[in-house]
Design a protein around this ligand. Structure first.
Ligand SMILES: [Zn+2]
Length: 332
């Protein structure tokens, strides 16, 4: 192994799922920043990630989408016959390209989940469209990627119990509704109460915070539930929606959490799962800072934290001999 391989291997002990088409979606001057996908990809490349670190997803099939979404809704998407109020609820310009983007995003989350079961952790540079319900889309979300991935992997007998840890500033209303009353899927959401969605759904555990709560309240709540929830529920797989929109100054949120606060959040959520050897899929979800570079910083911090946490857990658990040897070499 060359020195460069050792260095890069050290930096990213997992794969990224990413597709160039993520940032090609034309949303005009819309607040939804598809540009962040490209910026993150560039930042990772600058940090040493290479082509083989990235896996390219395929669009999900309409058959797989039916695990979650109603045939009626899927038909409307395919025929472009959403009603006016349905188009308004989406809050994004509807187009065939938007459907392609959404299908690719679902395919990406499925791929990342499959990979997490192999490597212990995988990062989807995309996904987290948690406002999509079984029979309609809203809030920039056409199709619920995490929900489809859960159903697909469960039906294939690859996982049983699943936990969704949704730390986007907006409640994961679609996800909560899809898995309502399901005992094998635990939906956790920590979100701001006085913003979209106006009507909150009931998940397995909802933590409602308020505008201006900041790092103290936010992190106290995270610490209260993690890693305890992992111990109590014992999931086979965790989906972590590492939203960047609790960040202070976000255009669509007001929680005023700092970058350092979000980094601590990431550490707590990731460390708990990794130490218990629970595979974890990271999805980006939202982030609407005025400057997309700010949103990108938060997402890249999550990825950096994941790399550090994964190595540390491997060392503690002694489950990865190569990583252990590598760490020892660098310490000496
Ligand atoms: Zn959000």
């Amino acid at each position: 192994m060359s020195l460069l391989e050792v260095l890069f291997g050290r930096r990213f002990p997992f794969k990224f799922v990413y597709h160039e088409e993520y940032w090609m979606l034309n949303t005009g001057k819309h607040v939804f920043p598809v540009r962040k996908y490209r910026l993150i990809h560039e930042r990772l490349a600058a940090m040493g990630a290479r082509k083989e670190n990235f896996l390219q997803p395929e669009p999900v099939s309409f058959e797989d989408l039916q695990f979650v979404h109603s045939p009626k809704y899927l038909r409307k998407l395919q025929t472009g016959s959403l009603a006016k109020d349905e188009l308004q609820a989406l809050e994004l310009p509807f187009s065939p390209e938007l459907i392609s983007f959404a299908r690719l995003s679902v395919g990406g989350t499925i791929m990342a989940a499959e990979r997490a079961l192999i490597d212990g952790l995988c990062v989807h540079i995309g996904g987290g469209f948690h406002h999509a319900f079984a029979d309609h889309g809203e809030g920039f979300c056409l199709l619920n990627d995490a929900a489809v991935a859960v159903e697909k992997l469960q039906r294939e007998g690859r996982i049983g119990r699943v936990m969704i840890v949704d730390c986007d500033v907006h409640q994961g209303n679609g996800t909560a509704a899809i898995f309502e009353k399901r005992e094998d899927v635990f939906t956790f959401s920590i979100h701001q109460m006085d913003i979209y969605p106006s009507e909150k759904m009931t998940g397995s555990l909802d933590v409602g915070l308020w505008s201006g709560d900041g790092d103290g309240v936010y992190l106290d709540a995270i610490r209260e539930y993690f890693p305890k929830l992992y111990r109590d529920f014992r999931p086979d797989l965790v989906f972590y929606l590492a939203g960047a929109d609790p960040l202070a100054g976000d255009q669509l949120g007001g929680l005023t959490v700092t970058k350092a606060g979000l980094l601590t959040r990431d550490r707590i959520v990731l460390e708990g799962a990794l130490r218990m050897k629970i595979p974890i899929v990271i999805l980006l979800a939202g982030g609407y800072a005025h400057d997309p570079a700010e949103t990108t910083d938060v997402h890249v911090n999550t990825i950096r934290t994941a790399a550090v946490m994964k190595r540390r857990a491997a060392r503690l658990l002694g489950q990865n001999g190569a990583a252990f040897a590598e760490q020892s070499r660098f310490r000496s």
